[in-house]
Ligand binder design. Structure first.
Ligand code: GUN
Ligand code: ZN
Length: 488
């Protein structure tokens, strides 16, 4: 059973920051957000304090003061929508940072398949998955699109743990019946599909309407799946309208493999399209080496892209052209791609998304000739701003997982998936007396890596957070109004 809701109504007060559109953050100062027992936002009012909320909002909502918990963002703190990780492999979590100088195909064989295969052990899976969920919650990830392994029991366990620890999740049993080591491969297309159906049934038994946990069809990537398996997954999608996740155009050797294995397909995107796997609910990870023709197909099908900059750099895969994807009308979110990506933090992914976009704007090493003003403008446009990468981390991600109506921002009707961020205020040494802020900081100890002197504009504080922040700045995390992480 999904959790029934929260014991009390909730009032949140202070500064709220969220993305209202690509490139634009809204700063709601002195604001009250009311969340009902089902975890839904029922009021957002500016120019409010607790007294005014009690006097005017509670009666309107039919709330009694002793039936409300109040959470206040103190000076220097702000509420931000929970992060959405649109692509993460939970069983690879023990391998974060371990990739040496490998690239995709040898990385899979050397590090990834052995680790995933070992998670047939339920005690090991419990240990790994519990820590992965706790760690990502601590980094502010309120929704994750997870790949599990080929094993039904441990995939079901991942779903159980997400539900009990309170993380919104898509959980996919990995389908791979074609290419992989003997010790880690589905027996056949029909066995792969039967096993997938078993995990769907299990998730339905723990969360009937997929309110918090949803299954997601997960053909690992085209080379790993037989034509039969992909055709059956396409049919299953048609039958259930369940979401789909897979990888596309990540690495040049992978492209060659796809060309050799699917000579009848026009290109990589066409392989998925032929089997009915490119739809509005499809999340395509990486999309680095797509052609113009492919991106047009992806856009026309309404499929989305998970941009995984940490992974793309770590595995030397390439730089995805995010502005190009956006310009073509493809929805983009961020993925950590643990453990191709070395960091489970979506904030890190946002930082890397900004930095790798700068690489696209840099002059090439081969001594480019003078470029004209128009080309210079184009080059400038590919860069992603702090506001843009935070959009991808929240509202953009919500669109990618088709939950744009439910999460990603602070509007009435959305669910309260949020994080309370605190930045370190540097004490004023000359003052001599302990300020209230110093006391607050002493109590919290853990002010993290972001030093705020007090003169910074809020826009600059947010930029400092994006480039230097980490889990120490994440004080509290809620999913659907439930407190799921608190930093002690
Ligand atoms: N392609 C197929 N499997 C994987 C995987 O586990 N990680 C990444 N990054 N790419 C893949
Ligand atoms: Zn991946």
């Amino acid at each position: 059973m999904a959790p029934l809701g929260n014991e009390k109504n909730q009032l949140y007060l202070g500064l709220f920051i969220h993305s209202v559109k690509l490139g634009e953050l809204q700063y709601l100062h002195d604001t009250a957000v009311c969340v009902d027992k089902s975890g839904k936002i029922v009021a957002v009012e500016q120019q409010y304090d607790q007294k005014k909320a009690e006097e005017t909002l509670y009666p309107k909502l039919g709330w009694k003061t002793d039936d409300v918990t109040v959470t206040i963002a103190k000076e220097g703190q702000f509420f931000f929508p929970g992060f959405i990780d649109t692509h993460i492999h939970a069983p690879q979590y023990p391998n974060v940072g371990i990739f040496g100088k490998s690239t995709l195909l040898d990385w899979l064989n050397t590090y990834t398949f052995p680790m995933e295969a070992s998670l047939s052990s339920l005690p090991k899976a419990r240990r790994v998955y519990t820590r992965c969920i706790q760690r990502t919650l601590a980094y502010g990830t309120t929704t994750a699109a997870y790949y599990a392994t080929i094993h039904v029991p441990s995939t079901n366990l991942l779903a159980d743990l997400c539900l009990s620890l309170g993380q919104r999740a898509f959980v996919g049993r990995v389908c791979m019946d074609n290419l992989g080591p003997d010790y880690y491969l589905d027996e056949s297309a029909s066995q792969s599909l039967a096993a997938t159906r078993a995990t769907i049934d299990h998730i339905r038994s723990i969360d009937a309407d997929f309110d918090l946990i949803s299954p997601i069809l997960t053909p690992r990537f085209a080379p790993a799946c037989s034509v039969d398996a992909m055709a059956q997954l396409g049919a299953l999608h048609k039958e259930t309208n369940l979401p789909i996740q897979t990888h596309i155009a990540e690495n040049v050797d992978e492209l060659k493999l796809v060309r050799d294995m699917f000579p009848d397909s026009k290109n990589y995107a066409d392989v998925y399209d032929r089997f009915g796997l490119l739809g509005k609910r499809t999340i395509l990870a990486h999309a680095i080496h797509l052609s113009d023709e492919e991106v047009d197909l992806v856009a026309s099908r309404g499929s989305k892209v998970s941009h995984c900059p940490c992974s793309n750099s770590a595995l030397t895969s390439g730089v995805a052209r995010v502005r190009w994807l956006l310009d073509k009308g493809v929805g983009v979110g961020l993925g950590t791609d643990v453990s191709g990506g070395y960091s489970p933090s979506v904030l890190d992914a946002a930082r890397q998304a900004a930095l790798v976009s700068n690489h696209l704007a840099m002059p090439s090493r081969t001594g480019e000739k003078q470029i004209d003003a128009e080309a210079e403008d184009d080059r400038e446009r590919v860069r992603l701003s702090v506001e843009e990468v935070l959009h991808l981390a929240t509202r953009g991600g919500a669109e990618v997982v088709c939950l744009g109506e439910k999460i990603g921002g602070f509007e009435v009707g959305k669910e309260w998936d949020a994080q309370l961020i605190g930045l370190g205020l540097v004490p004023d040494e000359d003052d001599g007396t302990e300020s209230k802020q110093d006391e607050d900081q002493d109590q919290e100890h853990d002010t993290g890596n972001v030093d705020i002197f007090g003169w910074e504009r809020w826009e600059d504080r947010v930029a400092k957070w994006v480039f230097n922040g980490d889990d120490r700045n994440v004080k509290k995390v809620w999913v659907r109004g439930r407190l799921v992480h608190q930093r002690r």
